[in-house]
Design a protein around this ligand. Structure first.
Ligand code: HGY
Ligand code: MN
Ligand code: MN
Length: 367
């Protein structure tokens, strides 16, 4: 950002914002994404949107062009939420959806806080959180799913993001000897965790295509081959584009966990790790993305996002939308994540066209 002559600020939750001045001192058009990944993540999730945003600025600078509105490139802290929940933490604080102090005090499974980690890596900045106010936000991102590749299409014109519900359950039973404890006398926390994993799969079959469910993290203790598990701490990730259906899935899940826990003679507690309603992006910006996609002659598909993104948080404070490019094999959150260079270039070129239209539009309202 500094090499591009941008004014760089880092806020108290570590969000990085670079500003490339416009000809008028107006709220900037913001692009960007995140550079954190899940531990087994790939090269493109998040990073692509940030690098393409810098490429847009570099292209304007190299052409000695300035847009009417300034451009901002944002790097939001902890979009993934895999270590410190919730996901989209940095952008949620940025838009005022999560108090800064609460975010800083969030601890990981080892008790380490966001605050201490930001200090350790030198990214607890001094800039006020949520500045500058933003005119609009466009996030370029890999699709992370199979839709575009299966349809043989080049661009995803993203209309919104599905609802997300993350719950952590702690089931406590009784550890005992695996060889001497009769099956009828067991209170096996691992059994309940396994039953819930099967239940949520059956729940998605019953609820239909838009319901997704994942038991992604399971920690057993004492986690020994010949000891009945005393404790199981596990997570359930539920998603749906429909708000009411997602709430119903949550109710069904909690009812089932209570029943399975009671049957096994165990105890259960739970805590919500993240909960976001479905988000619809701004029609003006979505239409602009579609128009610019058509102008470039790209094949495309209007679609929702299966993954959460910082754009769903920026949508709370400004006109926001997203652009997808295909993911090879629909793979993501996997080190083999891949997108072809031709697709990466096409997405960045489209981002440039959309940003130019937004940043040079004569009025502050719709087109
Ligand atoms: O979980 C998500 O959808 C995002 O990758 N944080
Ligand atoms: Mn991402
Ligand atoms: Mn991700």
């Amino acid at each position: 950002m500094r090499e591009l002559g941008m004014q760089v600020s880092i806020d108290a939750i570590g969000n990085i914002v670079g500003i490339f001045p416009g000809t008028e001192d107006l709220p900037p058009v913001m692009v960007g994404s995140h550079i954190d990944t899940v531990r087994t993540g790939g090269l493109y999730d998040g990073n692509y949107g940030v690098l393409a945003g810098l490429e847009v600025v570099a292209t304007l600078r190299d052409a000695a062009l300035q847009t009417r509105r300034p451009l901002a490139v944002a790097v939001f802290t902890n979009e993934e939420g895999a270590r410190f929940q919730p996901d989209m933490m940095g952008s949620l604080v940025y838009v005022g959806g999560l108090p800064l102090q609460e975010a800083l005090e969030t601890r990981d499974a080892d008790g380490v806080s966001v605050h201490s980690e930001l200090q350790r890596m030198g990214y607890q900045g001094t800039a006020a959180v949520g500045a500058p106010a933003v005119d609009s936000f466009v996030e370029l991102h890999i699709e992370q799913g199979p839709v575009l590749e299966r349809l043989g299409l080049q661009i995803g014109v993203v209309e919104g993001v599905q609802g997300i519900s993350w719950t952590e359950f702690t089931v406590e039973g009784q550890s005992n000897h695996a060889g001497t404890t009769p099956m009828a006398l067991r209170h096996d926390a691992a059994l309940v965790a396994a039953q819930v994993a099967v239940f949520v799969r059956e729940l998605t079959v019953r609820m239909g295509a838009n319901q997704l469910a994942t038991v992604g993290a399971v920690r057993l203790s004492p986690n020994l081959v010949n000891v009945i598990a005393q404790k199981a701490v596990f997570t359930v990730d539920l998603r749906n584009t429909d708000s009411a259906a997602l709430a119903q899935a949550e109710r069904d899940l909690h009812a089932y966990v209570a029943q399975a826990t009671q049957t096994e003679g165990t105890r259960v507690s739970s805590r919500t790790l993240a909960r976001f309603e479905p988000v619809a992006f701004d029609p003006m910006v979505v239409n602009l993305v579609e128009q610019q996609t058509q102008a470039m002659g790209c094949s495309y598909h209007r679609m929702p996002s299966g993954a959460g993104h910082d754009a769903q948080m920026l949508a709370r404070v400004c006109r926001s939308a997203m652009i997808f490019v295909p993911s090879a094999g629909g793979l993501s959150h996997n080190v083999r994540e891949h997108t072809e260079p031709v697709d990466l270039h096409r997405g960045a070129q489209l981002l440039l066209q959309v940003v130019l239209a937004l940043a040079n539009r004569p009025t502050d309202g719709p087109f």
